[in-house]
Design a protein around this ligand. Structure first.
Ligand SMILES: Nc1ncnc2c1ncn2[C@@H]1O[C@H](COP(=O)(O)OP(=O)(O)OP(=O)(O)O)[C@@H](O)[C@H]1O
Length: 549
């Protein structure tokens, strides 16, 4: 009898399957069937162009470079954009102060979304015959805030003289979903607007109605608030006759974190709020993701009258992000996620990353508020420095808890804290002492010498060798999705996803709290038996620079 030969492809497939594993081999027939089934599926997918696991809507797959003016590729500096010089200088100064990247003025250039948004918006903004609607969408931490603030400031400043007559008025409104985000944008604006003669106010839980009315009397150029403040509070307090008059002069509105403000739970209030601005001329939606629901709403509300401004990186995780998946089902964890969490925290604290910081910071995201309490109780009993934040905290408590995570970690250089070096720099300048170089001030031991005829002390060993200081201290913030959007956590290089997020959109936002503006960052995602297979594929998706859609 003739021996039937196994085809070479099947022999190879068997070999791959059995390498290092004890697996039950599929029969040649089964293998053949699965190979042809895969081929058919692949062909079907290509033909239908259907997204495999997620669907973000039309713009999830959009990287429509055909609509993009060619000139945009040539713009590399703020100087080449149509911005008033005083705005440009203020912005560059602000970015230098605020940015997580330490750059000299000459190297501060617009990010891709800033080039595109500023160019496109400035081109249409003076068209007063219709409502100009723009949607800015780009990956997390790509500088979207400045992408809408620059056109807004430019508009207000350019139309200043005419509007100065309108003393008692609100000229523009920025809407955000949380008090923390209101505060964050307000802080950026107060630094920016002081030199520009623009009045900025916020209306959140820390500002009373009376205070707001006082501010309106001297004109508010930009009001930063949450939609319900305008929609409900302004109308429920019967102190002024016709509150709608206060909003008559609003010509410019921004809906930041628009995917949240236009989702099911917020949409009605947001739209009602927008309808209270009868003289609106420019409306910007800004978001890191465009889910299907949001896209549908936009299309139905503004048919053919919405300029979509996106980058090809939309719905991709930041390129500098390192993504790790830790499987809790494996030994030695045996399904114990707390053990996995402890292991990750231990690794972060001991791995020598972030040299010279006095303390590393880490955010742990969970899916529900009960887990916040559970993790805080468990880990604080094991002596971890940990705080938990939920919607049940008051706004003041929340501000206090997130504060350390918002500012960059304190840097130690040559045994001196950088914050104290900064104080020394200021003091030195006040007394007319010019150090040879700023670096010289940072380097040295702890011993200080007095500069003659002054009360300034500087390190004695200016040329001592720099040695990195390695800390194993780690400070942890546990929270739900409440803090996942828009927050610019400058001091956070590590994010742990204790629970796998419920959707790819949540995943994009949570991961986006680190690795911002091309800075490095790491995400550790804990998976277990119930984790869907899509989550396990994420490291590959990032490696191949694909969208999670
Ligand atoms: N052109 C620039 N060059 C360098 N840094 C910048 C520039 N523009 C903004 N930044 C800094 O980048 C950081 C992230 O910016 P921003 O908060 O606007 O991101 P985002 O795109 O709104 O993120 P998210 O989607 O999470 O809301 C901020 O610290 C900001 O100061």
């Amino acid at each position: 009898m003739l021996h039937q030969r196994t085809p070479r492809i099947i022999q190879f497939a068997r070999y791959i399957q059995t390498r290092g594993k004890k697996t039950v081999l599929p029969s040649a027939k089964e293998l053949k069937q699965s190979i042809s089934a895969k081929k058919i599926n692949k062909k079907k997918n290509i033909e239908n162009k259907e997204p495999s696991s997620f669907h973000y809507g039309k713009y999830g797959r959009l990287c429509d470079s055909s609509n993009k003016p060619k000139v945009l590729d040539k713009i590399t500096s703020f100087r080449e954009l149509k911005i008033l010089p005083e705005i440009r200088n203020s912005i560059i100064e602000m970015i230098q102060k605020d940015s997580i990247v330490d750059l000299p003025h000459s190297e501060i250039n617009p990010s891709p979304i800033q080039v595109e948004a500023i160019f496109q918006i400035m081109k249409k903004i003076d068209n007063l015959n219709q409502l100009n609607v723009f949607t800015i969408a780009a990956e997390t931490g790509s500088g979207k805030t400045m992408a809408y603030l620059i056109p807004l400031l430019n508009y207000l400043r350019a139309n200043m003289l005419e509007n100065e007559k309108n003393k008692s008025a609100i000229r523009s409104v920025i809407l955000l979903p949380t008090h923390e985000l209101v505060n964050q944008v307000y802080q950026t604006l107060t630094t920016l607007s002081s030199d520009l003669g623009l009045n900025v106010s916020k209306w959140d839980a820390t500002v009373s109605y009376n205070q707001l009315i006082e501010n309106i009397k001297t004109r508010i150029d930009i009001l930063v608030t949450i939609p319900s403040k305008i929609n409900d509070t302004l109308y429920s307090i019967q102190k002024i006759n016709r509150p709608e008059h206060l909003l008559n002069k609003v010509e410019f509105a921004v809906i930041d974190e628009a995917d949240t403000l236009m989702d099911k739970s917020f949409k009605e209030t947001t739209i009602k709020t927008l309808k209270k601005f009868p003289n609106l001329r420019n409306l910007i939606f800004c978001s890191a993701t465009i889910p299907t629901e949001f896209q549908k709403t936009l299309s139905s509300m503004f048919i053919g009258n919405n300029t979509i401004i996106t980058t090809p990186k939309l719905h991709k995780l930041p390129s500098k992000l390192k993504f790790h998946v830790v499987d809790a089902t494996l030994n030695p964890f045996k399904g114990n996620k707390i053990k996995v969490l402890q292991q990750i925290l231990y690794a972060i604290s001991k791995d020598g990353s972030e040299p010279n910081v006095t303390e590393k910071r880490c955010i742990v995201f969970v899916n529900d508020k009960d887990s916040v309490k559970y993790l805080v109780d468990t880990l604080s009993s094991l002596d971890y420095k940990i705080v938990g934040l939920t919607g049940q905290d008051t706004v003041e408590e929340r501000f206090k808890k997130i504060q350390p995570f918002l500012s960059p970690s304190v840097i130690v250089t040559g045994g001196i804290l950088e914050s104290s070096v900064d104080r020394l720099k200021v003091k030195s300048r006040e007394h007319g002492f010019k150090p040879e170089s700023e670096e010289a001030l940072k380097v040295g031991g702890n011993e200080l010498v007095k500069i003659p005829n002054s009360n300034i002390e500087i390190p004695k060993q200016l040329n001592a060798k720099k040695r990195p200081v390695i800390t194993d201290k780690i400070s942890i913030l546990v929270c739900t999705d409440l803090m996942a959007r828009g927050m610019n956590f400058k001091g956070v290089r590590n994010v742990i996803l204790y629970d796998v997020p419920n959707s790819a959109i949540d995943l994009v936002h949570r991961c986006g709290r680190t690795a911002r503006m091309r800075q490095g960052g790491r995400v550790f995602m804990i998976t277990d038996k119930s984790t869907k297979s899509w989550a396990k594929a994420i490291p590959k998706i990032i490696k191949k620079n694909m969208s999670i859609s």
